[in-house]
Design a protein around this ligand. Structure first.
Ligand code: NAI
Ligand code: MG
Length: 363
């Protein structure tokens, strides 16, 4: 099978980590004869903006639509307002391609540093399923009387029944399949329309899944519990904004931004899904060759799962754990002095030494 992958390296450390993700994909496609990849790279991002006054080509979405998946580094850089870079590239892709499921594992890998005392890899093992196309990031609102004394801004949240039902049902399906508990995170005490509605739909859909144990927390309590009792959480479903915030907290308790992977999924496969690490362009370390590529490599694994080869994501996770556990090849964010590409060298070496199941050997 030949897959067309649209590659958007983006800004800052984006190109540095995407290069490494592609090296791993190339290695895997040479040892697994079932598929290979055809990449088309797009130079979109903030540098492109400074020359063209737009973040992507006018027909950028049509170009991306032709791909089987999108592999993206990060966008955003000082000089271009963050709301421009986010809204004109990342968020339009998520919305136009109806990538309504954002999957973000918060999983403490073996060998990764954990800032919480006495917590093990079994205590921190969550899967966040974040609503990704509406909610607080619907982009609706108004700015009235700009610059005047009576200036007012209104930012609307949009929670549609279809939008809430489909993300919550997706999470229930995952929880049922994996025989895990499902926790909904909301804030119905203060957000008396949107989150009351969310809770109601969570309750309604839970009736269809009597075998799934459920919990429901307010977002402020949930953020406290993620630190004090992370073992309470297995599968978690939440809104766009809450999921964005809680998964950065999740990254912090599970080894840092350099390890946090993320996938924007259109489950119906009507449009391409997009795979990007959750970190940004890290301008503070860009160009130094020390960004940790592990999050991006794991993200490449999520892409392989989406394309139908979940055994490779498992293998990638296992390999990253081996490199972390041995501890001698680490980037500075994990306390070492290895370069970005040295991490990939180590990952590929481990992949090549691991037992590849018979059916994966190239013929
Ligand atoms: P950031 O995630 O870029 O950086 C936060 C901290 O984590 C920094 O200290 C950085 O050095 C570190 N870090 C991030 N990725 C790392 C990696 N792979 N290895 C080692 N350390 C890493 O978030 P920040 O600084 O808030 O945002 C920077 C820019 O990125 C902004 O323009 C923002 O809008 C954009 N951004 C883009 C995202 C995307 O494209 N998906 C997501 C988040 C932010
Ligand atoms: Mg974020």
């Amino acid at each position: 099978m030949n897959y067309k992958i649209a590659v958007i390296p983006g800004d800052g450390v984006g190109p540095e980590v995407i290069r490494e993700g592609l090296r791993v994909l190339d290695y895997i496609s040479t040892v697994d004869s079932r598929f290979h990849f055809e990449y088309t790279e797009y130079p979109w991002g903030c540098e492109y903006y400074s020359e063209n006054k737009k973040m992507m080509d006018d027909d950028g979405l049509e170009k991306l639509e032709e791909s089987d998946a999108i592999f993206l580094g990060a966008v955003g850089y000082p000089g271009v307002p963050d709301h421009v870079s986010l809204w004109e590239l990342l968020l339009v892709i998520r919305k136009r391609f109806d990538q309504y499921v954002n999957i973000r594992p918060v999983k403490l890998l073996k060998g990764a540093p954990c800032p919480i005392k006495n917590k093990s890899t079994t205590d921190i093992d969550m899967l966040f399923i974040r609503e990704n196309t509406e909610g607080e990031y619907a982009g609706s609102g108004s700015w009235l009387f700009e610059g005047k004394e009576n200036e007012v801004v209104i930012q609307d949240s949009v929670f549609s029944r279809i939008g809430c039902e489909r993300i919550i049902r997706y999470a229930f399906e995952v929880a049922r399949k994996e025989k895990k508990t499902l926790t909904s995170v909301s804030k119905a005490n203060a957000l008396n329309y949107s989150m009351v509605f969310w809770d109601q739909i969570f309750e309604e859909i839970s009736q269809e899944y009597p075998e799934v144990e459920t919990h429901s927390y307010l977002v402020d309590a949930a953020s406290m519990l993620m630190v004090t009792q992370p073992e309470r959480f297995q599968i978690v479903v939440t809104s766009n904004l809450f999921g964005d915030i809680l998964t950065d907290l999740g990254a912090a308790i599970a080894g840092g931004m350099g390890l946090a992977a993320g996938a924007n999924i259109n489950p119906e496969k009507n449009h391409p899904s997009m795979f990007e690490p959750i970190h940004g362009s890290a301008p503070d370390i860009a160009g130094m060759g020390i960004a940790n590529p592990m999050a991006t490599i794991w993200t490449a694994g999520q892409m392989l799962t989406h394309l139908g080869y979940p055994e490779w994501e498992e293998k990638i996770i296992h390999t990253i754990e081996q490199v972390l556990s041995e501890g001698n090849v680490r980037t500075p964010d994990l306390g070492g002095n290895a370069t970005t590409s040295e991490i990939t060298d180590a990952v590929i070496e481990k992949l090549s030494n691991s037992d590849i199941p018979i059916n994966l050997i190239a013929d």
